[in-house]
Design a protein around this ligand. Structure first.
Ligand SMILES: [Zn+2]
Length: 125
């Protein structure tokens, strides 16, 4: 697991461009496998407890089994995971932390918390 800090260029509707920063964690294959299994184990553990609830277990067990497998695949395929992404909106000037999702795949599209405009985040090395 290695972390890199990258500068971002943020564009919106206005011609102005602002700066931001993202911390990205990169995982190797074995780390992704362990990370995926940990996530799935938590979901399947809770699902196993739901197996003892009468009638509800008909829903809880299949949904939990599927979601655990889905979570495993999602974490296993995530090579680059953003940990901290922040910057300033070029349209309204609000400095904020962006929610870029579970996988870092630039250019990333986010929404400003104040003006709700779509912003594009591009890495500049
Ligand atoms: Zn804004």
């Amino acid at each position: 697991m290695a972390q890199t800090v990258s500068d971002l260029e943020i564009t919106g509707y206005s011609a102005e461009r602002t700066r931001g920063r993202v911390v990205v964690t990169s995982y190797r294959r074995t780390e992704r496998l362990v990370r995926g299994l940990k996530g799935a184990a938590v979901v399947w553990g809770v699902t196993a407890l739901g197996a003892f609830i009468p009638v509800a277990h008909f829903v809880i067990v299949p949904v939990g089994a599927f979601f655990g497998f889905y979570l495993f695949l999602q974490r296993f395929r995530a090579h680059l995971v953003p940990k901290d992404c922040s910057g300033t909106c070029p349209d309204c000037g609000l400095e904020q932390v962006f929610d870029v999702g579970a996988v870092w795949c630039p250019p990333a599209r986010v929404t400003c918390l104040r003006c709700s405009r779509s912003l594009t985040l591009v890495e500049t090395r």
